[in-house]
Write a protein that binds this ligand. Structure first.
Ligand code: HEC
Length: 102
């Protein structure tokens, strides 16, 4: 019985053993470039994951971005129709492209 009381006191004290310092959470700015076609990204891509997946790829060719959109459709069953496939690819290449078609 004593052991249980002692253990629960110990457990309780750890609850109050918080750090007094202010914790700084790193601020990660995701540069989402608004513009023509962003609504297509919002409607077709962001329901599954954050914009970070797009930014992490770096500047890429039109073909690269098109293949990514197609991958989302075929592998992950994203409900993206032909019109949205074109709109999202155009947006991605325009804002996160490297200027190369291939
Ligand atoms: C149905 C859900 C879904 C939708 C909608 C979706 N994705 Fe994804 N996406 C995924 C999954 C699942 C992954 C892989 C996650 C992982 O590997 O951790 C992924 C990964 C990615 C990646 C990382 C690179 C890679 O090849 O895996 C990129 C870039 C990406 N998605 C872009 C897009 C774009 C652009 C759109 C809109 C055109 C989109 N996604 C829509 C589910 C989706």
């Amino acid at each position: 019985m004593k052991k249980i009381v002692l253990l629960s006191i110990l457990a309780l004290t750890t609850l109050f053993a918080q750090v007094d310092e202010k914790v700084e959470v790193p601020y990660m700015p995701y540069e989402i470039k608004m513009g023509k076609g962003f609504d297509a990204i919002e409607a077709n891509c962001l329901m599954c994951h954050s914009f970070g997946y797009i930014i992490n790829q770096g500047p890429q060719s039109r073909q690269f971005w098109h293949e990514k959109v197609v991958k989302m459709i075929h592998h992950f069953k994203a409900p993206i129709d032909k019109e949205a496939e074109i709109a999202t690819t155009n947006y991605l290449f325009e804002h996160y492209g490297n200027g190369k078609e291939k």
